[in-house]
Design a protein around this ligand. Structure first.
Ligand SMILES: [Zn+2]
Ligand SMILES: [Zn+2]
Length: 371
């Protein structure tokens, strides 16, 4: 009898575990809240497979994306760099996209057709995504590739502008070629975060030239080895879309509604970053500690990034540093010395790792009513 119930319990535990772990979302699934009027989509629009200089088959990229709970990916193979060509002849440059699309079709992951236009500096590397057919982008002259991308309605962004191999200072240099592409409406975005690297100078260029702010992994090996097993997430671009469709993503990218995110680092235009950070924190309650003028406010971080804040209020904090972190998914209680009992206060915090311009961080305000 005891044995039977023990067995039943073990089976129940096993089943519960199975139910929790079945499916493609892993323990490292990424979540970010929607902002008013827009769905927040998690995208990685710069990745490689064996169809250029990557190490994996396209289906692996789909499975990695599902494990991290991404909404949208693009496999952007180098058009002009094909080191596996002898083993994988590659006559149709849409093949990587097609294979990923097939794998993703049952899983709700959106896959966008794209490719990396690959040249030495001063032209550099750029991704053209939302192309119908990649093949005509393989041209002798780089200008022809950009013209073709425009003809197909592609969204084009400048990759790793601060890459030391193309810019030894580690700072992006906007070339005459790129200025002309921007002028012609052939270059629309810029990576401010690529792989592990954030460049404030790239953010400055984005703001100066009205380019969409992007963050991507540019993964060649495995996401797990590069990021997850080290306790990191890949860099992503959050896209604030009117709808979760390829057309919705494209519209949002052209409109510049994005934020680049890498672990606790957020980079984006103030009009999107501020509401995003605000939505990342839920106020779970506000009550005065008994017989005091100390207001206890519960703050829950519902995002997958640790959030680092600095107090901006005219009140100081009780029993906590003015700079503090709310770990992803965790809740803390702030104790605010309001000196007199208030019915409501404005909770005002600077998000120390959320940049809306070089050296400028977002300040987030929450209206808090005391219970
Ligand atoms: Zn590149
Ligand atoms: Zn690349």
């Amino acid at each position: 009898m005891i044995r039977t119930s023990l067995l039943a319990i073990l089976l129940l535990i096993a089943f519960t575990n199975y139910a929790q772990t079945h499916g493609h979302k892993s323990m490292r699934a990424l979540d970010y809240p929607d902002i008013e009027g827009f769905k927040t989509l998690k995208t990685d629009l710069h990745q490689h497979t064996v169809f250029s200089d990557g190490e994996v088959w396209p289906s692996i990229r789909v499975m990695e994306a599902l494990r991290e709970n991404l909404d949208v990916i693009s496999l952007t193979e180098h058009l002009e760099y094909q080191p596996h060509e002898e083993d994988i002849p590659h006559p149709d440059r849409n093949r990587s996209y097609q294979l990923a699309l097939e794998e993703a079709s049952d899983h709700g992951l959106l896959v966008i057709n794209g490719s990396e236009i690959t040249r030495d500096e001063p032209i550099g590397h750029s991704n053209a995504i939302f192309v119908q057919d990649v093949n005509p982008l393989l041209t002798e002259e780089a200008t022809a590739a950009f013209e073709e991308a425009k003809k197909q309605g592609a969204f084009v962004f400048w990759n790793h502008p601060a890459w030391h191999a193309q810019s030894p200072t580690g700072n992006p240099i906007l070339s005459e070629f790129q200025r002309d592409r921007i002028k012609n409406g052939e270059l629309h975005g810029i990576e401010v975060i690529n792989e592990f690297d954030y460049a404030e100078e790239s953010l400055a260029l984005a703001l100066e030239h009205n380019l969409t702010i992007m963050g991507t992994s540019d993964i060649h090996g495995l996401i797990d080895w590069q990021y997850l097993e080290k306790g990191n997430h890949r860099p992503i671009t959050l896209v604030f879309a009117k709808e979760r469709t390829p057309a919705g993503v494209k519209e949002a990218l052209f409109a510049g509604r994005t934020a680049a995110v890498y672990n606790s680092l957020f980079v984006g235009r103030e009009e999107y970053l501020t509401p995003l950070l605000k939505a990342c924190v839920e106020i779970t309650g506000a009550t005065y500690m008994q017989d005091t003028q100390i207001l206890r406010v519960g703050l829950k971080n519902i995002s997958s990034s640790d959030l680092i804040f600095e107090n901006q209020m005219p009140y100081t904090l009780y029993s906590r540093s003015p700079v503090f972190t709310i770990t992803a998914g965790e809740e803390i209680t702030l104790q605010i010395k309001t000196l007199e009992r208030k019915a409501k206060i404005t909770l005002s915090l600077k998000a120390l790792s959320a940049y809306t311009a070089p050296a400028k961080q977002a300040i987030i305000n929450w209206e808090v009513s005391v219970n």
